[in-house]
Design a protein around this ligand. Structure first.
Ligand code: FES
Length: 136
């Protein structure tokens, strides 16, 4: 199942139960998240930033398939970080290998917002899949 790492012994976080919005930068695309549609796909934890992004044409790299085993899905949560699920030890470990780390950095496949606030999420340019961006 996407998002679950069999070596991570932790209950998956509860996704949002109310609608909220995520604005992705630098493309400046805002998506309204509908809890009824979670999980949007099969990559990353259900309702994670990666799950929502991929289903809406925002291509974030995800080399391990969204199971907290790489750092290619690194994102920076500029607003709403306090509404995102707690970081597991595994995420913390993998994230430490991400280039350009900031105090607001997270792995997008493991970051599940509770939906009580809108998010603003920056995708570092080395994590954007330029080839697929824009449907080319
Ligand atoms: S896709 Fe590998 S850690 Fe998120």
């Amino acid at each position: 199942m996407g998002g679950s790492n069999p070596y991570v012994n932790q209950e998956p976080p509860q996704p949002a139960t109310a609608k909220f919005k995520i604005t992705f930068l630098p493309m400046n695309v805002t998506i309204e998240v509908d809890p009824e549609k979670i999980p949007y796909g099969h990559t990353g934890l259900p309702g994670s930033i990666l799950d929502i992004a991929l289903a809406n044409g925002i291509e974030i790299d995800h080399a391990c398939g969204g199971v907290a085993a790489c750092s290619t899905c690194h994102c920076v949560v500029r607003e709403g970080l306090d509404t995102i699920s707690e970081m597991s030890d595994t995420e913390e470990e993998e994230l430490s290998y991400a280039p350009g780390l900031t105090p607001n950095s997270r792995l997008s496949c493991q970051s599940v917002a509770n939906g009580t606030r809108n998010l603003v999420v920056y995708i570092p340019n080395w994590n954007r899949n330029i080839v697929r961006e824009g449907g080319h």
